[in-house]
Structures are given as structure tokens and as C-alpha cells.
Write a protein that binds this ligand. Structure first.
Ligand code: G3P
Ligand code: MG
Length: 240
């Protein structure tokens, strides 16, 4: 079972920052998940939310700011254990840190309602420009239109269906949608990660990864029921 660092080692350092990715690498992570957005001037950056309310207490949205404006914001402000200034990293900076030693890179593209038109082309071009990167990359998104556009643009890119508000009842329609874009992975919340659900999804040939698993007890249960990977804020979760 893959132990996927979620937004870096975000249990120990401010999420999706250079600090959290460096720490994840130091802790031995080989599998990574992070969230991708695009600034007003077209720079790909890594941050979880569309705005800075949760990280910096600021209403401003990434889509409305240039990178020069956005990098003045302290996205570590919310992290009580270590609020020292950290700016939103560019995707390129993150990949410079985690890319060389990575086995698996999950780019979660945040693009609800196509807020970042053209992000698909831009990300694909970026992945293709880095030797060896495309092969170890997987793109996921809560936004189905985004996954569809990635598939239209590329036959080879590996896609992950990302279930939102799923329930056991809604699993089959979700599997259908995942198959429609030829996704290879199916990612869903811990809340519905039960043995029968995992078995059902795997029957269709998907790798199943579960978010967000932050206790060893849950991690061991996921392993037991045949999950392929867990997203965790604690890369050392199995050693706890
Ligand atoms: O990609 C898995 C997980 O990160 C999805 O949820 O909200 O943490 O980005 P979220
Ligand atoms: Mg995410």
C-alpha cells in the first residue's frame, strides 16, 4: 500500500509549502499529492483552496492575483506550530524538490467550473517538458469536465477519478464516470472506505486510494481491506 504524503508532510509543517515538501522528502516520501491552481498571469501554483481564507485569513482568490501579488501572502499564518512566513510555491519549485526522488506524483487540479481556462494544456505541456515526469504522474480532479478535457488532449496521461460526496449508493454511477474518461485510479474519502466498496471498485480494474488517513489504526484497516494507497498528512504514519 502506497503511503502518499498529502500536501507535503502537512501534519508537521504548513500544507503545500516548500517547507512541507522538503520535510516529506527528508522523511522518505516517494509518493506525493498536492493541489494545483493557476494565477491571473498564468503561473501554475500549489495551494489547497481557491482563496487564502483558511491559510492566511485573506479573502483574495488565486484567480484574481498575479504571482507577484500572491507571493507576498503568508500561507503558514494558520499553522500555529510554525507560522513563520512561507509563500505559495510555484508548481515548478515543488517539482524541483520532490520530483527527482519521486515514484508517483498526483497532481490534483482544482478547476471547478473551469475557473482556470487552459490549465489542462498548460499542465500537460509542463509535464512533457520534464524528462521522465509524465510516466510517474497521475492527474486527478473533483471536476469531471477537467478530467474530460485532459483525456481529450492526451491518450497517454494517467487520470484519477476523485469522488466527491460519494455514498455506497452513488458508487456505480461514479465508476461509470471514471470509466468514461479511462481513469486508472479511483480516489475516495475514508468515510466510505469499506471492504465491499473497495472490492467493487477494484473489480473494474481501478487502483483505489483513500483520503485522508491520519491514524495508524485507520491506515492498518485500509491495508487490511486491500486499498492501494492512502493520502496522509503524516508520512511516518506506520511508524507511529
Ligand atoms: O487528492 C486527495 C485529496 O487531497 C482530495 O481532497 O480537499 O484534500 O484536496 P482535498
Ligand atoms: Mg488534494
Amino acid at each position: 500500500m502506497k503511503i502518499i504524503s498529502h500536501r507535503g508532510a502537512s501534519g508537521y509543517a504548513p500544507e503545500n509549502t516548500v517547507k512541507s515538501f522538503k520535510l516529506a522528502v527528508e522523511m522518505g516520501s516517494k509518493d506525493f499529492e498536492f493541489d494545483v491552481h493557476q494565477t491571473k498571469d498564468g503561473i501554475l501554483v500549489v495551494h489547497h483552496d481557491y482563496d487564502f481564507k483558511p491559510t492566511a485569513g485573506r479573502e483574495a482568490r488565486i484567480a484574481d492575483l498575479s504571482y507577484a501579488e500572491l507571493k507576498k501572502i503568508n500561507v503558514a499564518a494558520h499553522f500555529k506550530k510554525d507560522p513563520a512566513f512561507q509563500c505559495v510555491p510555484r508548481l515548478e519549485e515543488v517539482l524541483d524538490i520532490i520530483g527527482p526522488g519521486a515514484q508517483w506524483l498526483n497532481f490534483e487540479v482544482k478547476n471547478d467550473d473551469n475557473i482556470y481556462p487552459g490549465i489542462e494544456e498548460k499542465l500537460l505541456a509542463f509535464l512533457k517538458s520534464k524528462p521522465g515526469m509524465l510516466e510517474k504522474s497521475l492527474i486527478s480532479s473533483f471536476d469531471h469536465g477537467t478530467l474530460k478535457r485532459f483525456r481529450e488532449l492526451s491518450n497517454e496521461i494517467r487520470l484519477g477519478y476523485l469522488g466527491h460526496g460519494l455514498s455506497t449508493m452513488l458508487l456505480l454511477p461514479a465508476i461509470k464516470k471514471a470509466r468514461a474518461v479511462r481513469a486508472v485510479n479511483f480516489h475516495m474519502a475514508l468515510r466510505i472506505a469499506f471492504k465491499l466498496n473497495v472490492r467493487k471498485i477494484k473489480k473494474y480494474g481501478f487502483q483505489v486510494c483513500i483520503y485522508t488517513v491520519n491514524t495508524k489504526k485507520d491506515a492498518l484497516r485500509m491495508k487490511e481491506i486491500g486499498v492501494d494507497g492512502i493520502f496522509t498528512n503524516y508520512p511516518d504514519i506506520m511508524e507511529k
